[in-house]
Design a binder for this molecule. Structure first.
Ligand code: ZN
Length: 128
């Protein structure tokens, strides 16, 4: 048994035979802070660093989820745009096929192509 004077200052709870009681942590205090000895698990500065690290990881995870959600929403919108554009494109391709035989591409076909390319870019764009 470690003498009281050398033990961690943290008060912890133990349940023994269904009975809870509080006592000083049984570990040896190796970090001196605030005039007390603490084990590495309970030293206030180490606890603070631990929670800051954990918060940073959680924040990074949250931000990654946000980026994925934004990308997903953008892809869904691009898919809806593509579906909405499809009938017009089919009509234009039919016209373009007719005009290709004459070596001519209409302005509306160029516009549709530009819109289709924009949708394609949105579908491909920086997917996390
Ligand atoms: Zn401790």
């Amino acid at each position: 048994m470690i003498p009281d004077a050398e033990r961690c200052a943290k008060r912890v709870r133990t349940i023994e035979a269904g009975q809870a009681y509080f006592h000083r942590h049984d570990a040896r205090g190796t970090v001196a802070e605030d005039g007390k000895l603490w084990c590495r698990q309970h030293a206030p500065s180490l606890l603070k660093a631990h929670y800051e690290e954990r918060n940073a990881q959680r924040r990074a995870g949250y931000e990654a989820n946000q980026r994925r959600e934004v990308a997903r929403t953008r892809r869904l919108q691009a898919g809806e745009d593509a579906l909405a554009l499809l009938p017009e494109m089919m009509g234009a391709f039919t016209v373009a096929l007719d005009h290709d035989q004459l070596g001519f591409v209409s302005a509306s076909s160029n516009d549709l192509l530009a819109r289709a390319q924009a949708i394609l870019e949105a579908l491909k764009g920086d997917t996390p």
